[in-house]
Structures are given as C-alpha cells and as structure tokens.
Design a binder for this molecule. Structure first.
Ligand code: FES
Ligand SMILES: [Fe+2]
Length: 417
C-alpha cells in the first residue's frame, strides 16, 4: 500500500513532474518508421505534450511541437519538404532542431528578417529495428541502447501499437507479475473457451535486479529449478519495458491517464529459408474495445490491457494489499523512488548509457536466444509450443492485418490461410 503522495509521484508524468523528468532521461519507442511511408506526418501526444512526428523528403525524422510558432496553426496539416516541416497557414518552415528557417513574406519583403525566438520545441528521433525512438530529456542525449535482439538477422519483425486509456505505471507493474500468467492467460483463457481445466500452479518465485531492470523467475507445477523459467527468467526492462525472449513491450506515457503500448516481435525464419531480409518492418494498431463496448479479451496482450484499464485511470495504490507474489512490484517501486532521488542529486539514473561501445549490443537474459539466433527447422517449430501456436495465428494482439499475416507466412515458408 502506498500513500496518496507516493502514488502521485510514481504516476504523474507531465512536464515538470519528477517522474516525467525521470522518464525523459531514456529513449522511448514511439512508433514504427514504416507508419510514415504513406502519411509522413503523424500526431503524437507524449509525456503530456502535443507533438507531430514526421519524415521529411530526405528521409530524416523530426518530432516537434504540434503548433506553429507564428500563430499556432496545427502542423499536422502542414507538409514535409526536403528538410523539415512547413506550416500550411503562412508557410513558415522549421528544421529538425525546431529552428525556423523560412518566413516567406518576411524573407521576401524585409532586408534583414529576424527569426530569433521563432523556433518550436523539437526532440531528437532515431530509427532502430524498425522502431522510431524519441529522447525528450536534457541534452546531450545518452546513447540509444541497441538491445541484442535488434541485431538479429533472418527474422520476421512486426510492431504493434495500442492506445490504452490508463496510467503507464500500472501497465509496467504487469511486467514484473509472474502469477498473472497462470490466472489471466491460462485459467481465464480456459474459462473463456468453456473449459474448467486448471493451469499448473506457481510454486516458487524469485526476483533479481540487474543493470537494465529486474528478472523474475518461477517454478510451476511440472517444472523444476532446471527449467529456463527458473535458470534464466524474464526481464522487466528498466524503466518501462518488458522482454520475454521473443518480443519486447513498452508502456510509453501519453499523459497521466493514457499510455501508448508499443510491442516489437521477432520470429526467426526456419532453417533453409535464409537469407531472409525484411526491407520494412510492418507496424499496425491493435483495437482494444469491441463494438459492444467491452474490452477485447481474445488475445494475450488484450487480456493484459483489460487488467490495466480495469485498475482505473490511475490505480489507487492506497487501497491495495500487496502479498509475497508482489515482491517484485515493491522492488521496482523502491528503485523508482531511489532514481528520482538520483536525478535530484544531479546524477544519471539507472541504466542510462553514455558509452557508445556499451550501447552497441546489449545482452539481456533470454530463454530463447539460441532458437532466435540459430533457428530451427520447420519440423522443429512444431515441437515448440509457442512457435507452433505462432505459425497458426498471431495471438498476442487482435487485428493483425491480412497483408502482415501473408508476409509472415511467406517468410516462414508456410501457406497463408
Ligand atoms: S501560423 Fe504557421 S505560418 Fe502562420
Ligand atoms: Fe500478461
């Protein structure tokens, strides 16, 4: 249980809030680069700020204030040029740093037009693994961490986004919550299929901290301490991610009561299908609500989202009752409080990387590394329960577009159906 003040500290992310300042010290994934291929300007709200993300005609990305510095027109309705974005109201042009580089009427009529003070807010954007990453904190920006899975070849990758109407922190607490798998995904899944089968119980949990987050380990009925779920475990990636061995999830704050869920998936093509080169990583939006107004519960991450939004717009942690299954959650909260203090003391918080050599390829505990790197034959795919399921359907998020399914099946060498 937390005090109301502590709950506020953990959850509020707008400009000037302590947690907002902490999260701005990290590169955040904000979407897929391929999303901008058809519409080069995309509206974004991040950390309580209204912005536009764009790709200009030279292929450079920008993330700038949604409103023009002249008289505040909406840059979503501007257009991109060789370098930068132009406002459609009176034609002011801004570059990726937010500097105003053209004011057409003044440039035509004034001998020495001054653009001082006419810039807009702008944040650096980088592309990596098909994702676009933004850094909204104080400069100089730290290194963008290249997680090892981003360096893997011969894989089919896809990015799935979802707009989640609740605070980011309750989403992130789900990253360090092993027992929910047994109930939310296994037992509830059985009930929804009309079965009263009971999933293997959790018998033992362990939580450990490392440089880039926390690892949780578990033993369930039918498993032992030899199992990779115990010897390797899964990663609650600091500060707002989750790594499960074949995919990442991030919970990116939009504002105090909204979160952008960003997930990145990798499936190694079967042996014999190499070399496989994916020129563009598809990115698509998963719906979370059905026509009947209920949350969609058919897919794994949709089930998680149902739990997150069910906790309220901002979960009231003054009314919870943590138990031993929640030790990881307490560890993570304490780490956030300590890192808020680190920032106050002027230090870089946990996990910020300044050394480019360190950032180039960062290993994470990974239960499936060999499979992801070395691959399996298509026949061996069928012996791996998760991969076998993956070949049949995409069960993480509802709404995979048929063309993404087709591209996946082509990559894997299986018929699309
Ligand atoms: S409002 Fe943008 S150029 Fe005038
Ligand atoms: Fe889950």
């Amino acid at each position: 249980m937390l005090t109301a003040a502590a709950n506020e500290l953990l959850t509020r992310v707008g400009p000037g809030t302590p947690m907002g300042e902490l999260l701005r010290r990290y590169w955040q994934p904000i979407g897929g680069a391929s999303e901008l291929a058809t519409h080069p300007i995309k509206p974004m709200r991040l950390m309580g700020e209204d912005l536009v993300l764009y790709r200009d005609k030279s292929g450079g990305f920008g993330l700038v204030d949604r409103h023009c510095a002249h008289r505040r027109a909406d840059l979503l309705y501007g257009w991109v040029e060789a370098s930068g974005i132009r406002c459609s109201y009176h034609g002011w042009l801004f570059d990726q740093t937010g500097a105003c580089i053209e004011q057409p009427y003044e440039d035509t009529t004034s001998p020495k037009p001054s653009k001082a003070g006419c810039g807009i807010k702008a944040y650096p954007v980088r592309e990596c693994a098909g994702l676009l990453w933004a850094y909204m904190g104080p400069l100089p920006a730290p290194e963008l961490p290249i997680w090892e899975p981003f360096t893997w070849g011969n894989g089919f990758r896809e990015i799935v986004l979802a707009d989640v109407p609740c605070n980011w922190f309750q989403c992130q607490e789900n990253s360090i919550d092993p027992v929910h798998f047994e109930w939310m995904h296994d037992n509830w899944g059985e009930r929804m299929r009309g079965s009263d089968k009971t999933a293997p119980k959790h018998l033992k949990l362990k939580f450990e901290e490392f440089d880039h987050g926390f690892i949780y380990k578990r033993v369930r009925e039918g498993q032992s301490e030899e199992d990779r779920y115990w010897t390797v475990g899964r990663v609650a990636l600091w500060p707002n991610g989750f790594y499960l061995g074949r995919h990442f999830e991030w919970r990116v704050p939009v504002d105090d009561e909204h979160t952008l869920s960003v997930a990145w998936f990798f499936v190694r093509v079967p042996k014999g299908r190499e070399p496989y080169v994916q020129n563009s990583v598809p990115a698509w939006k998963s719906p979370i609500q059905g026509e009947d107004g209920r949350w969609i519960t058919s897919h794994v991450i949709n089930q998680d989202i149902t739990a997150w939004v069910g906790q309220g717009a901002i979960a009231d942690r003054t009314r919870e009752n943590l138990r031993s299954s929640d030790i990881g959650i307490s560890m993570m909260r304490k780490r956030f409080f300590d890192e808020l203090d680190a920032i106050k003391a002027g230090r870089d918080p946990k996990g910020v990387i300044r050394n480019p050599n360190t950032a180039r390829c960062i290993d994470l505990p990974d239960m499936a590394r060999e499979l992801n790197v070395n691959g399996l034959t298509l026949a061996e795919f069928q012996n791996d329960p998760l991969l076998r399921q993956r070949l049949k359907e995409f069960r993480h998020h509802v709404g995979q577009p048929p063309e993404v399914r087709t591209a996946f099946c082509d990559a894997m060498g299986i018929p699309a159906h």
